[in-house]
Design a binder for this molecule. Structure first.
Ligand code: CAA
Length: 464
């Protein structure tokens, strides 16, 4: 049975900071953000927004657009790493908000949980709900999988350049108009790590930035190796001599904590794939230097990062590699379109891979590409750490959905914050009753209870 993504909707907060203003305030070269990281703007939540609001706003949008009633929905999953309760799942808040519009008890029949594994948990939720549909358990109902996050780092840290906020919701069913997932190929890797984590009670994560970059690439590569074996053994793909599995993917969507991380990760995967192939000899000739090897090739990530000579040479090699015609062609054809939205919005943690997918669809369609039957590969990564590689085929009815995508129009009503306003928001100096913007027809947070007996209870309204 086919199962996959029928439709996709996004909700992005209406406030943002500009990378150039941010760089100026922090004494950084704006080029580091714009060119080095690929960050132009970062979406910021208002005082009356939390990740549950973002999720509920995205859900309402997809339900209204598809004229769905709560009866049509069998499962509502939320994946987030911005959770604000250790026990009550974010789904329940979202259901509560949606029932303000659809009527109390309207979603009573529905099931679902909040899933957590840093940025990869949404991919697990998609996989589990796809299998719910494949198993015939859905009985004609749809699943909503929402990925919603606020990427917030301590002020003055290097992570602060890679913030953002937003939610993406995907409607799953057995007749998907957008993408049907390839069966029996989803691959995972997992390892106990401390590259990025957020201890109980702390609003912002503890991050080992360069370590997390390298770990991301290593883990995704491990998952790709497993994907490769599964794709070949299941008969989904057959490699001719000189081919790599990546030749059989028309698009590669990567987890995007910042847009250039997609470039970095793709270059890493492609290097490892192409190294075994006859084409590599020509590429090495074009680059004009041999591929560097660390002093201790079997060493730890720390030892590789600490090998300064290797790191410098490897950096130089990667830069030259990404300038080769072969890599440039692959980058432009398979990745570039997926990076556009990330540049304008920033990091969405769990949602960033799927914002990238949406961006890929919209901007490839705008180029005039016929997307029917194109295979999309996904490289998902969550710190802590786990990676997932999977794929799907774009479906014949995709145009019905993609022709109406217009990221610029969806972002248009947003307002640029001054750095002073941003810092006030960042330090949580204002209450939900003191928002920067007064939005209409959106769910907003109005109160977080502080009394002993009801501490943490949240109240939301639909702002008519
Ligand atoms: N002009 C142009 N480019 C410049 C520049 C300038 N003046 N100065 C620096 N650059 C380039 C650098 O060369 C580098 O590019 P390459 O990677 O291509 O070499 C890029 O800008 C970034 O520079 P640095 O690596 O020196 O940046 P940094 O160390 O200060 O910070 C970071 C980068 C580590 C990603 C930091 O922002 C961070 O810690 N972010 C949070 C963690 C994160 O996002 N990790 C990603 C993997 S983990 C994950 O994906 C999970 C998740 O969602 C968090």
């Amino acid at each position: 049975m086919a199962a996959g993504i029928d439709d996709i909707a996004i909700y992005i907060p209406r406030l943002y900071i500009d990378a150039a203003d941010f760089a100026k305030a922090r004494g950084l070269d704006p080029e580091k953000l714009q060119k080095g990281l690929g960050v132009s703007q970062m979406a910021i939540v208002d005082t009356n927004q939390d990740p549950a609001c973002l999720a509920a706003n995205a859900c309402l949008q997809i339900m209204q657009k598809n004229k769905l009633s709560p009866e049509d929905i069998g499962r509502l999953y939320i994946s987030t790493e911005s959770s604000f309760d250790e026990s009550k799942a974010m789904n329940s808040y979202v259901i509560g908000m949606l029932e303000q519009v659809y009527g109390q008890g309207a979603f009573e029949h529905c099931g679902g949980v909040e899933t957590k594994f840093a940025c990869v948990s949404g991919s697990y939720a998609l996989y589990d709900n796809t299998n719910w549909i494949r198993a015939g358990e859905a009985e004609g109902k749809h699943a909503l999988v929402v990925v919603s996050d606020i990427a917030k780092y301590d002020m003055g840290t290097s992570g602060e350049m890679t913030q953002g906020a937003g939610a993406v919701v995907m409607l799953l069913n057995d007749e998907p108009r957008l993408l049907a997932f390839d069966p029996k190929v989803t691959a995972t890797s997992i390892k106990d790590e401390y590259d990025f984590y957020r201890p109980f009670g702390k609003e912002t994560p503890i991050v080992h930035g360069q370590y997390s970059n390298l770990l991301y690439m290593i883990q995704v590569r491990k998952a790709l190796e497993i994907y490769k074996k599964r794709a070949l053994s299941s008969g989904l793909m057959k490699l001719e001599p000189g081919e790599t599995i990546l030749d059989h993917m028309d698009y590669l969507n990567m987890h995007l904590p910042y847009s250039n991380m997609g470039k970095k990760a793709l270059a890493y995967l492609v290097r490892h794939e192409w190294r075994q192939l006859p084409r590599w000899k020509k590429i090495i000739q074009e680059i004009g230097m041999s591929e560097p090897v660390p002093k201790d090739p079997r060493g730890t990530i720390e030892s590789v990062l600490g090998d300064e000579e290797f790191m410098a040479k490897d950096h130089e090699f990667t830069k030259l590699f990404t300038k080769t015609r072969e890599y440039q062609e692959l980058y432009e054809a398979k990745l570039a379109s997926s990076l556009i939205a990330s540049k304008m919005i920033g990091n969405l943690y769990t949602a960033s891979l799927y914002l990238g997918f949406r961006s890929c669809l919209e901007f490839e369609y705008q180029k005039g590409v016929d997307l029917n039957g194109k295979r999309v590969g996904f490289g998902s990564y969550g710190s802590g750490s786990s990676a997932m590689v999977f794929s799907g085929l774009i479906q014949p009815q995709y145009e019905e959905i993609v022709k109406n995508m217009n990221l610029e129009a969806e972002l248009a009503p947003r307002r640029k914050l001054t750095l002073q306003e941003y810092e006030i928001l960042h330090e949580n100096k204002l209450s939900p009753e003191e928002p920067m913007l007064h939005t209409k027809r959106e769910f907003i947070l109005v109160d977080v209870n502080t009394t002993t007996e009801s501490r943490g209870e949240r109240r939301y309204i639909f702002n008519e």
